[in-house]
Design a binder for this molecule. Structure first.
Ligand SMILES: NC(=O)c1ccc[n+]([C@@H]2O[C@H](COP(=O)([O-])OP(=O)(O)OC[C@H]3O[C@@H](n4cnc5c(N)ncnc54)[C@H](OP(=O)(O)O)[C@@H]3O)[C@@H](O)[C@H]2O)c1
Length: 168
C-alpha cells in the first residue's frame, strides 16, 4: 500500500522555499513519526535538504535528478519508479513529500494521511495536490484543538482511494 503522509494548510500549503517550517505542531509531528516508523519513506530532494539526515527507523529514499547527490545516509534514486522498485517487497510505503513528489505519486497512491491545519500561510511555495471526493473516501477524521503547545487547530484525516486494488 502506498500512503501519502502530509500536513497542509487551508490552501494546501506544505512549506516554503527557505525550508523554515510554516508551523510547529508537536503532536502532529509525533503522530507522523509514529506512523512511518518501520516503513520505507520516499522524499523529494528539496524536502530532504530541509531535514538533512535520514529519519531514524525507516529506510529513507531521496529522489533527485542529480547523479552526484550525496544522500548523507539515505538511498538516492532518480525517479519515483526507481524508488518503488527498491521497496517492492514492502507492504506499506510512505511518500512524505514535498509538493512535486506528492503530485507525481497521487495517481498511484492508495491512501492519504493528511493533517489539515486550520490556518492559511501566504508565504508557502509548496502545495499538496488537489484530490477529488469522487475518487477518495474519508475513512476517519479527528480534531486537535489549539492549546498551549499548538498555535493552530488541525484535523487528522485518513482517505482511501475508491475501488482500489485490494490485493495490495
Ligand atoms: N507539510 C508537509 O507535510 C511537508 C512534507 C514534505 C515537505 N514539505 C515542505 O515542502 C517543501 C519542498 O517541497 P517541493 O515541492 O518544493 O520539493 P520536493 O517535492 O521536496 O522536491 C523536489 C525535487 O525532487 C526531485 N524530483 C522531482 N521530480 C523528480 C523526477 N521525476 N525525477 C527525479 N527527481 C525529481 C528534484 O530534485 P533535484 O532538483 O535535485 O533534481 C526536485 O527539485 C519544503 O518547504 C518542505 O519543508 C512539507
Amino acid at each position: 500500500m502506498i500512503i501519502l503522509a502530509a500536513a497542509a494548510g487551508k490552501n494546501n500549503e506544505l512549506g516554503r522555499e527557505s525550508g523554515v517550517p510554516l508551523w510547529n505542531l508537536p503532536d502532529e509531528y509525533a503522530r507522523f513519526r509514529k506512523s512511518i516508523i518501520g516503513h520505507p519513506i520516499i522524499i523529494g530532494r528539496k524536502s530532504y535538504d530541509v531535514i538533512r539526515e535520514p529519519l531514524k527507523g525507516s529506510l529513507n529514499i531521496v529522489i533527485t535528478h542529480n547523479k552526484d547527490y550525496n544522500g548523507n545516509g539515505a538511498l538516492v534514486v532518480h525517479s519515483l519508479e526507481e524508488a518503488l522498485e527498491k521497496v517492492k517487497a514492502e507492504k506499506i510505503i510512505y511518500i512524505i513529500g514535498g509538493g512535486y513528489i506528492f503530485e507525481m505519486a497521487l495517481p498511484i497512491a492508495d491512501r492519504i494521511e493528511i493533517s489539515r491545519i486550520d490556518a492559511s500561510f501566504p508565504e508557502a511555495t509548496a502545495f499538496f495536490p488537489a484530490f477529488s471526493t469522487n475518487e477518495w473516501t474519508l475513512l476517519s477524521s479527528s480534531k486537535h484543538d489549539i492549546d498551549s503547545r499548538h498555535k493552530y487547530a488541525f484535523t487528522y484525516e485518513v482517505w482511501e482511494r475508491k475501488n482500489r486494488n485490494l490485493s495490495i
